[in-house]
Write a new protein. Structure first.
Length: 308
């Protein structure tokens, strides 16, 4: 079984400039201030290449005082790629059963950690309450230095909060240029696959994915032919934006695919149609799947039951 192939679906992003201009920059909502959206495969991209941020605060809003020492200066990526981390968390049963004041303390700790993430890297948070029984929220982080991401997770482990947060799913990936051309957008295959334009869709649909070995034995022109069908289907769904990142050798999956959209029904229709495509027979796995609702940090804390 398969869903959308990570190399194909077009975003038809017509409001990217407006989304970028409308990013929140206030200290009151730093976590959702902006994120580098790992853009569609280069074969689908219409936008010109952009440079990765060279400073950890580049898109995260004004920094707040550090509480656990100064964070080291990040190194620019020598290859121009960026590291991407999808971390799904669940509030422990112990914390669920704690007093309201203890839950509120945990909420303050989590808010502070998320704010520090936004100061250092591009960060966005989503709730999965009501859509997954085994996860409560998602933290999506992007930076050109992997160590910046791992340092934040180490800080979380040192926090008292670590005993009350389970992490059932975690996916590491990086941006890459696509191997495939987009016949609907000639000449776009060499463009960067990361565009920090801060998409503003209400929902994010995420899943890990791997292709079968048989796929990689096909000649390049045959794979391109199969991709052309897939791309054509994706172009029909203008409200869905795809973000594909790659995990070869980094994690168990080969890709992490994240779709942005305002209507879950549109994504349902897209996936259903792609089941009939030829490329679907070359998917090894594409689960678990997550439907996540975008929120600011304070709204998330309330949604997961850790507000005052």
């Amino acid at each position: 079984m398969t869903t959308t192939d990570p190399h194909t679906t077009d975003t038809h992003t017509t409001d990217q400039t407006e989304a970028a201009a409308g990013r929140e920059d206030t200290a009151e909502a730093p976590v959702d201030a902006a994120i580098a959206r790992p853009h569609v495969d280069a074969s689908l991209a219409d936008a010109p290449a952009v440079e990765a941020p060279q400073h950890p605060h580049a898109y995260g809003g004004p920094p707040s005082p550090q509480t656990e020492g100064e964070h080291r200066e990040a190194r620019p990526s020598p290859r121009g790629v960026q590291s991407v981390k999808f971390s799904f968390y669940r509030v422990s049963d112990h914390l669920r059963g704690a007093s309201k004041s203890d839950r509120a303390k945990a909420g303050k700790r989590l808010t502070a950690l998320l704010e520090r993430s936004a100061e250092r890297m591009l960060t966005r948070v989503y709730s999965t309450v009501g859509t997954r029984r085994d996860a409560d929220f998602l933290v999506w982080q992007v930076h050109d230095d992997l160590e910046t991401i791992t340092d934040w997770h180490a800080e979380l482990l040192r926090s008292p909060l670590t005993a009350d947060l389970e992490r059932p799913y975690s996916y590491l990936s990086m941006t890459m240029r696509s191997m495939y051309t987009n016949p609907l957008h000639e000449g776009s295959e060499g463009r960067d696959r990361l565009r920090p334009d801060g998409g503003d869709s209400q929902y994010l649909f995420v899943y890990p994915m791997a292709k079968t070995r048989a796929w990689y034995t096909l000649p390049q022109d045959e794979r391109q032919r199969i991709m052309n069908e897939h791309i054509a289907i994706g172009h029909k769904y203008h409200g869905i934006k795809i973000n594909t990142t790659y995990s070869y050798g980094l994690d168990d999956q080969e890709f992490v695919v994240a779709f942005e959209g305002d209507e879950p029904g549109d994504f349902l229709a897209l996936v259903r149609e792609l089941r009939d495509s030829e490329s679907s027979s070359y998917t090894l796995f594409d689960t678990p799947m997550f439907t996540a609702r975008r929120m600011g940090a304070q709204d998330l804390i309330e949604h997961i039951g850790l507000a005052k």
